[in-house]
Ligand binder design. Structure first.
Ligand code: DGL
Length: 272
C-alpha cells in the first residue's frame, strides 16, 4: 500500500449508541478531511451495566467489521468500552490499525491543568467501578484527588432523548448533589453521552466547577496521532458511513441532529 493509500483509509469510531457521535462530531469539525465509519452497538446498549467479558466480546466483533472497512484508526468512543476492552482490542487489532481510547487524553489534560487539586468523575458503573481513571491518574503522580460517582441512569436517559427537560434536570441534580462529589474543582464527564447534558451540568454548578468534556480533547488527540503517524488524509473521499447493530428510530433522529442531514444507517447485526 502506498503512503497516499494509507492516508486515505477511513477512521473507525464506535460506541454503544449515540454517545460516540459527540466525539465523531468534534472529529468532523477538527479534521474535516477524514472519512468516518461509525458503529453504534444499539442492540447491546447500555454498555455501562454489562460485564467486562460481554463488552470485550462486542468490541472485538465491532473491530472485526472496522478492520474489514480498512480503518487506519479505531477510536473506542465509549468510556465503558475503553475501560473494559482497550487492552484486548489493541491485541486483537495488532498492527492492522492504531487503537485509541477516550480516557487517556482526558487524564493527560487533568494531570496538566488540575495537578494537586480535587477532581470529580461521573460515568457508568463499568467505567467508575473499573477504577481506570484513578489508576491512570495515579500513574502520572500529579497529586490529583479523584472523587467518583457512578451515574447509571444518565446514558439511557440521554439515549431516549431526555436532555434539556425537567426529568433530566431532576436526575442530574440528584446525582450531582451526592456527597461523594463534595469539594470538587472540576468534573470529568466520563461518558461520551454526557456532553449532551453539559449545559445542565454547568448550570447546576453555576460556573464554580470546570466541566470537562472529552470530545474536544479526544478530537485534538486523534489529529496529533494522525500527524505523528503521517497518516492524515489530504482530501475527503466520502460521506460518513453509519452502522447499527439494531435499527432504532431514535438513533437515526440523533445522527441527523448531529450531522444536520439525513443519514443512511446500515443494519449490521453482530451475531447472525
Ligand atoms: N457512551 C458510553 C460511555 O462513554 C456508554 C454508555 C452506555 O452504553 O452505558 O461510557
Amino acid at each position: 500500500m502506498t503512503k497516499a493509500e494509507k492516508r486515505e483509509r477511513p477512521l473507525g469510531v464506535f460506541d454503544s449508541g449515540i454517545g460516540g457521535l459527540t466525539v465523531a462530531k468534534a472529529i468532523k469539525a477538527h479534521l474535516p478531511q477524514e472519512q468516518l465509519v461509525y458503529f453504534g452497538d444499539t442492540a447491546h446498549l447500555p454498555y455501562g451495566d454489562k460485564s467486562t467479558a460481554a463488552i470485550q466480546a462486542y468490541a472485538v466483533k465491532i473491530c472485526h467489521l472496522l478492520l474489514k472497512q480498512n480503518c487506519k484508526i479505531i477510536l473506542i468512543a465509549c468510556n465503558s468500552a475503553s475501560a473494559a476492552a482497550y487492552e484486548l482490542v489493541r491485541e486483537y487489532v495488532g498492527s492492522k490499525a492504531h487503537v485509541l481510547n477516550v480516557i487517556d487524553p482526558v487524564v493527560a489534560h487533568v494531570a496538566q491543568q488540575f495537578a494537586g487539586r480535587t477532581v470529580g468523575l461521573i460515568g457508568t458503573k463499568q467505567t467508575v467501578h473499573s477504577n481506570v481513571y484513578k489508576k491512570k491518574i495515579e500513574d502520572l503522580d500529579c497529586g490529583v484527588q479523584l472523587k467518583s460517582l457512578a451515574t447509571p441512569l444518565l446514558a439511557p436517559m440521554i439515549e431516549e432523548g431526555f436532555f434539556n427537560n425537567t426529568i433530566s434536570e431532576s436526575v442530574i441534580q440528584t446525582y450531582l448533589s451526592d456527597p461523594a462529589l463534595d469539594g470538587i474543582e472540576a468534573l470529568i464527564l466520563g461518558c461520551t453521552h454526557y456532553p449532551l447534558i453539559k449545559e445542565q451540568i454547568k448550570a447546576f454548578y453555576q460556573d464554580k466547577v470546570a466541566v470537562l468534556d472529552a470530545s474536544e480533547l479526544v478530537a485534538r488527540h486523534v489529529g496529533q496521532v494522525l500527524t505523528q503517524l503521517d497518516m492524515a488524509a489530504e482530501r475527503l473521499l466520502g460521506e460518513p458511513h453509519f452502522y447499527v447493530s439494531d435499527y432504532t428510530a431514535s438513533f437515526e433522529a440523533s445522527t441527523q441532529l448531529f450531522f444536520q442531514k439525513k443519514v443512511h444507517l446500515e443494519h449490521y447485526p453482530l451475531w447472525e
